[in-house]
Ligand binder design. Structure first.
Ligand SMILES: Nc1ncnc2c1ncn2[C@@H]1O[C@H](COP(=O)(O)OP(=O)(O)OP(=O)(O)O)[C@@H](O)[C@H]1O
Ligand SMILES: [Mg+2]
Length: 321
C-alpha cells in the first residue's frame, strides 16, 4: 500500500513539475521567437549585442530550441527520480508507524486469544454433564476472574489505540496527588487484604498539586498498585509522597519477587513480562502505559529492585506553582 502511494505521489508531483517546466520553456521559446520577429536580420540588428552580432536570428532560435529540448529531456528523467527519492523519505515515518501498528495488532490479538480460550475450555468442561450448584458457582467465579482480566486488557488496549490523540486526554486539570493516591489506595485495600498484604500510605505532605489528566493519572496508579500487589506474596506495600522544591515525588515500595537487574529496562516495553512473573496473570501492558502517562505529564519514572527483596517504583512530577 505504501509503495502504491509512493508511485501515485511520484506520478502526481512529476506531472505537475514537468508541465510547469515544459510550459516555462515553451513560453521562453515563444517569447524569443516573437521578440526576434524578422528572421532575415541578425541578432545584433535587433538587440545591439556585441556577442551575437554576426549570428542570424533564426540560428539563435534554433540553438535556443535545442538547448530547451535538451534541458526538458534531462528533466524528464531527473524530476521523477528526485520525486521518487523525496516521497520515499517523506513516507518513511508512515511506513514505520504502519509496521508498529501491525506488530501491535498481532500482539494484541495473540494476548486476547489466551484468556478467551481458557474461558471457552472452562465453559465446555462445565457443560459436558450436569453439575452441582457449588460446581457451577466455581466455574462462574473463575470465568468472572478471566473476564475481569480481559476487561483490564481491553481498557489498556483502548488507551494505547488512542495514545496519540491529545484531544481525548487533555493535560489541563489541577490535580491534588495526595487526594488521588489516597482514593486509589482505598480502592486496592480489599485486594491487598485478600492476599494478606498490608497496604500502607505513609503520612505525607498535602497540597501536591500538578497539572494533569485525572483519568490518565488514575490509570497510572491503578497499574502500579496492581503490579505491587500482584507480584508480592507476603509483606507490605508502602506508598510515600514527598514534595521537593520543584517536584512531587511518589514512591511505591513492595516486598515482592523483585526484578532482575538486566530486565529492569525492558519492563516498560509493550508486552514484556519477566520469566519470574509468569505464574501471575498479565499481558505486559501496564508499565508501558504507565510510562507513557508519566511522559505526557512531563514526569519521570524509575525502578529500583532486588530479586527476592522487593521493588520500588518512583515517580517525579513537576509541581504547579
Ligand atoms: N512490582 C513488581 N515486582 C516485580 N515485578 C514487576 C513489578 N512490576 C512489574 N514487574 C515486572 O514487569 C513486567 C511488566 O509489567 P506490566 O505491568 O507492564 O505487565 P503485567 O503486570 O505483566 O501485565 P498487565 O499489567 O498488562 O496486566 C511484569 O510482567 C513483571 O515481570
Ligand atoms: Mg501490570
Amino acid at each position: 500500500m505504501i509503495r502504491r502511494a509512493r508511485i501515485r505521489l511520484t506520478l502526481f508531483y512529476s506531472t505537475i513539475f514537468l508541465l510547469l517546466f515544459w510550459s516555462l520553456s515553451f513560453g521562453i521559446y515563444a517569447w524569443m521567437n516573437s521578440f526576434l520577429g524578422d528572421r532575415s536580420k541578425t541578432f545584433f540588428e535587433i538587440t545591439n549585442s556585441q556577442f551575437y552580432q554576426e549570428m542570424p536570428s533564426d540560428i539563435v532560435i534554433d540553438n535556443l530550441r535545442t538547448i530547451l529540448l535538451l534541458i526538458d529531456t534531462i528533466l524528464l528523467i531527473a524530476i521523477p527520480a528526485i520525486t521518487w527519492l523525496l516521497t520515499g523519505n517523506a513516507l518513511n515515518p508512515v511506513q514505520k508507524a504502519r509496521k508498529r501498528e501491525q506488530q501491535f495488532l498481532s500482539d494484541a490479538s495473540h494476548e486476547l486469544r489466551t484468556p478467551l480460550s481458557i474461558l471457552r475450555a472452562e465453559m465446555e468442561v462445565a457443560l459436558k454433564k450436569k453439575r452441582s450448584p457449588a460446581e457451577y458457582q466455581k466455574v462462574i467465579q473463575s470465568s468472572k476472574e478471566e473476564v475481569d482480566d480481559l476487561s483490564t486488557l481491553v481498557e489498556n488496549l483502548l488507551y494505547l489505540s488512542r495514545e496519540n490523540s491529545k484531544h481525548s486526554n487533555p493535560i489541563t486539570e489541577q490535580i491534588d496527588l495526595t487526594e488521588l493516591v489516597t482514593e486509589r489506595i482505598a480502592n486496592f485495600q480489599h485486594k491487598a487484604r485478600q492476599k494478606k498484604l498490608q497496604l500502607i500510605l505513609q503520612p505525607s505532605e498535602t497540597n501536591l498539586v500538578i497539572q494533569g489528566n485525572l483519568h490518565l493519572l488514575k490509570r497510572l496508579y491503578t497499574n502500579l498498585l496492581d503490579n505491587a500487589i500482584k507480584y508480592t506474596s507476603e509483606g507490605s506495600i508502602t506508598i510515600t509522597m514527598k514534595k521537593t522544591k520543584e517536584h512531587a515525588q511518589i514512591a511505591i515500595t513492595d516486598t515482592g519477587i523483585g526484578i532482575p537487574e538486566e530486565k529492569q529496562e525492558k519492563i516498560f516495553d509493550r508486552f514484556y513480562r519477566t520469566d519470574e512473573s509468569r505464574s501471575e496473570q498479565g499481558y505486559g501492558l501496564g508499565l508501558s502505559i504507565a510510562k507513557q502517562i508519566v511522559q505526557v505529564h512531563h514526569g519521570t519514572v524509575t525502578v529500583e529492585s532486588r530479586v527476592g527483596k522487593g521493588t520500588t517504583i518512583t515517580l517525579l512530577f513537576p509541581l504547579m506553582h
